[in-house]
Ligand binder design. Structure first.
Ligand SMILES: O=c1ccn([C@@H]2O[C@H](COP(=O)(O)OP(=O)(O)O[C@H]3O[C@@H](CO)[C@H](O)[C@H]3O)[C@@H](O)[C@H]2O)c(=O)[nH]1
Ligand SMILES: [Mn+2]
Length: 370
């Protein structure tokens, strides 16, 4: 039988981690932004969390493989534990991390589009995140040529050979073109600032490991992580309606995951891939949501910087429970909000264990704490 044109075409490899990664999207809007991502996201499974009024219909484009949850679903699935999932804040995406059964997560906002690199080529953000996650990190000694595992790169002279094997990567933190990730005061001071290739060229072709001991302001809009390693700590906190604070939904887990990754010897990468962040949220309403966080971060950051987790905390779950105790004891003095947050951290872990069949004593990913 003569071969068909189809069978003569070179076989394309299946998309990387196709059955091992979920894409989590929190949204208050229709998901038309997915059209631009179709070639990149269509092979993957999407978990969509509709925030706000559950009776509102959210349009998802045809052709995508997805599961969809609104507030009624969250309440039904979690019962009283649904109290740990924020309402009217992008922090509701935590529910997607909880319900997923995959090893890896990529999370993206509804106003993030495909960016182009300086040559005008579309950036496959998901592919770059996967590359970041599958290659080791170097948190214990900084490589001045950035990620030594990237094609064409290596360790520089003076890099200890004993550390060249690297350590597992738990987080890949991607960046943004166009609308930068600014707090409300900076947004107000620079209302027209855009990160474009034409103006201030802030496209930096680099991936690097955030060094051990250094905290960083994590942004939640273009982020991937190894859910088996760090999922239990990837809780976006209590934000939005009924809470005194919003927009710290990414900062909070960013500080938590970094101290835990440092303790367990895992890496956090930042840099590529870029996405195109299209819409600036309103700086005045942002200020209302953020101002307490701006005050409290002067205490929260030193708190995280001074933390020491005990040696027997050898899983994310155990570390997170320990962290909740420290939050209650030390940040609880600043405001009763932190007592509620500490309680919610415990509820989150209980929900995690329930849905994932794990417990703090028998985690799937114990690490050797040095
Ligand atoms: O009540 C809400 C509001 C928004 N969402 C969804 O969450 C993400 C982010 O929302 P948005 O793009 O409006 O806000 P940004 O200020 O750009 O958000 C970024 O900064 C951090 C501060 O909150 C946040 O982690 C970043 O992503 C969108 O997908 C909205 O649809 C929501 O679910 N509920
Ligand atoms: Mn946005």
């Amino acid at each position: 039988m003569a071969p068909t044109t189809q069978s003569l075409l070179p076989k394309r490899p299946p998309p990387l981690l196709k059955d091992e990664l979920d894409i989590v999207i929190p949204t208050i809007r229709n998901l038309d932004f997915l059209e631009m991502w179709r070639p990149y996201f269509e092979p993957y499974h999407l978990i969509i969390i509709q925030d706000g009024d559950p009776s509102k219909t959210i349009r998802v484009l045809q052709g995508f493989d997805y599961e969809f949850y609104n507030r009624n679903d969250i309440n039904r699935i979690l019962g009283p534990k649904a109290s740990c999932i924020s309402y009217k804040d992008g922090a509701c995406r935590s529910f997607g991390f909880l319900i997923s059964k995959k090893k890896y997560i990529f999370t993206i906002d509804h106003d993030c589009f495909v960016a182009k690199d300086p040559t005008g080529t579309e950036i496959n953000a998901l592919e770059q995140h996967i590359e970041n996650l599958l290659k080791p990190s170097t948190p214990f000694y900084f490589n001045t040529l950035y990620d030594p595992y990237r094609k064409g790169a290596d360790f520089v002279r003076g890099y200890p050979f004993s550390l060249r094997e690297g350590t597992p990567t738990a987080i890949s933190h991607g960046l943004w073109l166009n609308i930068p990730h600014y707090d409300a005061p900076t947004q107000l001071a620079k209302p027209r600032e855009r990160n474009t290739r034409q103006a201030t060229t802030l496209y930096v072709d680099a991936v690097m490991t955030v060094p051990k001991g250094a905290l960083f302001p994590m942004c939640g809009m273009n982020l991937a992580f190894d859910r088996e390693l760090i999922g239990p700590a990837m809780y976006y906190g209590l934000m939005g309606e009924g809470q005194p604070i919003g927009r710290y939904d990414d900062m909070w887990p960013g500080w938590c995951i970094k101290v835990i990754c440092d303790h367990l010897g895992w890496g956090v990468k930042t840099g590529l891939p870029y996405i195109w962040h299209s819409k600036a949220s309103n700086p005045f309403s942002n200020l209302t949501k953020e101002y307490k966080g701006i005050l409290w971060q002067e205490d929260m950051i030193p708190f995280f910087q001074s933390l020491k987790l005990p040696k027997d905390c050898n899983t994310s779950q155990k570390c997170y429970i320990e962290l909740s105790k420290l939050v209650r004891a030390r940040l609880g003095k600043i405001d009763p909000y932190f007592i509620r947050l500490a309680d919610a951290m415990v509820t989150w872990i209980e929900a995690w264990d329930e849905l994932n069949n794990t417990s703090g004593t028998a985690s799937t990913a114990p690490a050797k704490v040095k």
